[in-house]
Design a protein around this ligand. Sequence first.
Ligand code: COI
Length: 349
Amino acid sequence: MEHTISIKSQAERKVTDTKSLPFGKIPTEHMFIAEYKNGEWHNAQVVPFHDLTLSPLALCLHYGQTVFEGMKAFMTEDGHINIFRMDKHYERFIKSLHRMCMPPVPQKLFTNAIHQLVQLDGDWVPREADGSLYVRPFMIATEDRIGVKVSEEYLFMVVCSPAFQYYAKPLKVKVETNFVRAAEGGTGNAKCGGNYGGAFYPTQLAREAGYDQVLWTDSVHNEFIEESGTMNAMFFIDNVLVTPQLSGTILDGVTRDSLLTIAAAKGITVEERQISYEELIRAFEAGKRVEAFGAGTAAVVAPIEIIAIGHKEYKCYIEPDAMMYQLQKELFNIRKGVTADTNKWNYII
Ligand code: COI
């Protein structure tokens, strides 16, 4: 079925300086919205940003049927808007929706919705080197019924907000061995709202103890590293880039995948495998240079300065010649159109 997107543009346009504001605080002037009812998508529209009216019985408010994505649009050096890896984000969105019993959005509708919205609000794509426009597609269950069931009605929406550096400084993280983020067979590899809500309490405890984020471990042994906060965890030790392998419990990060591809193309050995905190301790205690960082769309490459394991803090390598910054720079150059997009990751508007 063809989905024509109607566009109702806001007369007054006002790009706000958002650089000093927290991530995601200011939306752009427009948003996309489409309704799912009777097994089909209807009323696909780009409209001025506005609040929603929802029944207090809407299922998303009670049982957590919500899924989201996060991608970024960049201004290339030659003045075009580039939406980075939209197809990979779409793939993951569809997998998350499937896991949460939510209907797929046709790829054409997803792509056109984001294209039209980002084009209309193109003035909001920061021109600064460290800026991008964060694009947040999401779906919520809207059927109004308090009984526990799979919703038959949904809203698919896209909103945008200018984004700058997510973390202002290198992170101090704590290896978490009491609480778990996800267990095999659960929803850990789906980008559903509940995964984030469930992480708040252990993260809050870590913050009270002086850390920025937790480094999650597996639910069976509490020993193998999973991911960190809102990011995949990566390590560069002995000239090898190591990251936990994809499983049912960690997110298939797009930045993770991009960095692994870039590293492999540079001739760096890349290992996707289990990595235990014991292995990290051995590396630190042998005096090895350990680079640790989070990789995510919002955070990009977030250097980790301190890893607390039990009562001991270990210091990671964060000097300017660290490999993580080289990988970050190469990713930046592809997204800004400075170097060739050999992997066809850029969607140029
Ligand atoms: C992202 O990096 O896109 C995320 O989803 C992290 C966060 C802003 C929730």
